[in-house]
Ligand binder design. Structure first.
Ligand SMILES: Nc1nc2c(c(=O)[nH]1)N[C@H]1C(S)=C(S)[C@@H](COP(=O)(O)O)O[C@H]1N2
Ligand SMILES: [Mo]
Length: 392
């Protein structure tokens, strides 16, 4: 790649550093230690474009997911409850692009890894800073795809909280990526369009990379794309397998909600608080809505939900139209025992306190006696086993 390294312009901050003695140039540091013709910029740029597109998709959809889950107060009341399957699509894309990024990242790193052993290791202070930036970028990207992939398997073999870590490393990786693209802009521009004679194996290599991306995508995307369901070999979930034809993340046994007391009542708090038995809930106007559960882990499944409108329950408590609602589950603990729903969702006619799914009373794993189901919302916020709703 050396012919493509622009002659470094010497700036005042870019102090040259002494070259270490040549006796240290051994193993991979030797001249010509890497013989494949594919360690060259055009290949790196082509794969870099695909990887960049995947990472950008991943970052934007991830940001959207984060904002829905933890909206800052100024945004809270402007989050849209439509399109109904918005989150299903964006989070499906998030996991699809994240999985596709894994072989792309592997191919990109393989293409450029001889650079790790370039000689001299650092030419100047500026060069050292650039290399440090790449180290941070690569570490952040590897950690990001690794934590993301393990999250889709609900496996958390680390002591830190997943979501916050994944969010902040996402920013670190994106910032690092922008700096990297900025620093390499002249090189990228030179190789953006196919230059004169090609490298013999490049076509085969890019073909193999494409095949890998297609393979991992086609065998996992069925967890959210219905027409790929038959190929869903490696995704942790099949959206049609589970009680009542729907998957379950947290079961009633795990949540300790298998035995719902016979005198269960829904409590609704607001200016005029009240309680309702199941019979009273069923006596209210019942509505149906066809809505997906779209889990942050990338699977989604659509079902026909039936129950009472959240808006009706809030109105009955005398809540004002712009009220948010805090929902508390019967669950004893767990991070999703209490969730908060902004006003846009609470007043949406499709947002239900569901009592039935696909025509049957909710299975305990799907939230019996009652659960929240709202359009365009992350699955984690579709609270199951509801005990109490509170207008705030
Ligand atoms: N109370 C409570 N509700 C919950 C959860 C939970 O852990 N506790 N998990 C959520 C998650 S992560 C998802 S994806 C959906 C799954 O709903 P399902 O099990 O009916 O498919 O429920 C949500 N509701
Ligand atoms: Mo979920």
């Amino acid at each position: 790649m050396d012919e493509d390294t622009p002659v470094p312009r010497r700036r005042s901050y870019d102090l040259p550093l002494p070259t270490p003695p040549d006796v240290l140039r051994r193993g991979p540091l030797r001249e010509g230690a890497f013989r494949s013709a594919l360690h060259e910029p055009r290949t790196a740029v082509v794969i870099g474009r695909w990887l960049g597109a995947a990472l950008l998709t991943c970052f934007l959809t991830g940001l959207f997911s984060h904002l829905l889950q933890e909206p800052p107060p100024w945004l809270r009341d402007h989050l849209p409850s439509r399109p109904v399957s918005g989150y299903q699509i964006t989070q499906g894309l998030h996991v699809i692009s994240g999985i596709a990024a894994i072989p792309l990242l592997g191919a990109k790193l393989w293409t450029v890894y001889p650079k790790l052993f370039e000689w001299p290791p650092v030419r100047s202070v500026g060069h050292a800073v650039e290399r440090l930036g790449i180290a941070v970028l690569v570490a952040a990207l590897l950690l990001e795809v690794f934590t993301g992939l393990l999250n889709t398997l609900q496996w958390y073999p680390w002591p830190f909280p997943f979501r916050q870590t994944h969010f902040w490393i996402g920013w670190l990786a994106t910032g690092g990526l922008l700096l990297h693209v900025g620093a390499k802009a002249p090189l990228i521009a030179r190789h953006w369009r196919r230059p004169g004679p090609g490298v013999a194996q490049r076509r085969a290599f890019l073909g193999a990379v494409t095949a890998s991306v297609a393979a991992v995508t086609l065998t996992t995307a069925g967890q959210t794309v219905p027409w790929l369901r038959g190929l869903d070999l490696f995704a942790p979930r099949r959206p049609d397998i589970g009680p009542q034809g729907l998957p379950v993340n947290r079961t009633a046994v795990q949540a300790g909600t298998t035995a719902v007391a016979a005198d269960w009542r829904l409590r609704v708090d607001g200016p005029q608080p009240y309680e309702l038995t199941m019979a009273e809930l069923l006596a209210m106007p019942q509505y149906e809505a066809e809505l997906p559960i779209a889990c942050v882990e990338g699977w989604s499944a659509t079902a026909r939900w039936g129950g009472v409108r959240v808006a009706d329950l809030l109105a009955r408590a005398g809540a004002r139209a712009g009220a948010r609602v805090r929902v508390t589950s019967l669950e004893a603990g767990g991070p999703y025992r209490v969730t908060e729903m902004p006003a846009t969702y609470a007043r949406d006619p499709l947002t239900l306190l569901a009592l039935r799914v696909n025509g049957e009373v909710l299975h305990p794993d799907h939230g019996y006696p009652a659960r929240i189901i709202a359009p365009n919302r992350p699955g984690v916020l579709q609270t199951k086993w509801v005990a109490r709703m509170e207008a705030v």
